[in-house]
Design a protein around this ligand. Structure first.
Ligand code: FES
Length: 111
């Protein structure tokens, strides 16, 4: 596993409320820009093997399209059934300014 932060994309690559899937060390990560912040969570729903980046973002949550559990992008906690377990949340750093700023994610400091 990579230690420290790794660039996953540029800030300008992220559309507001449109999740983007990236791979970091074979780990699928869902990166979301919303409400003026960027969040990174594990891309796989904790209920079944479904990509959360194919779901919709609302109120700082990403919704699993298959059965409708939403996960808080800040805590990874599901808001309701059928998912009961949280998904991993990863710290994000932004380096630089404007659309060219680098979005960095660290898998080693999972919270
Ligand atoms: S697979 Fe995500 S809620 Fe069922």
């Amino acid at each position: 596993m990579t230690s420290g932060f790794v660039k996953v994309c540029a800030l300008g690559d992220l559309e507001e409320d449109v999740p983007r899937r990236v791979e970091l060390d074979d780990t699928p990560v869902c990166v979301v820009r919303t409400e003026g912040e960027v969040f990174a969570v594990n891309d796989i729903c904790s209920h079944a093997n479904v990509s959360l980046s194919e779901g919709e973002v609302e109120d700082c949550q990403v919704e699993c399209w298959l059965h409708g559990s939403s996960f808080d992008l800040r805590t990874g906690k599901p808001s309701g059934l059928p998912a009961t377990r949280p998904i991993p949340v990863y710290p994000v750093k932004i380096e630089g300014e404007g659309p060219g700023a680098a979005v960095l994610v660290s898998l080693s400091q999972e919270s």
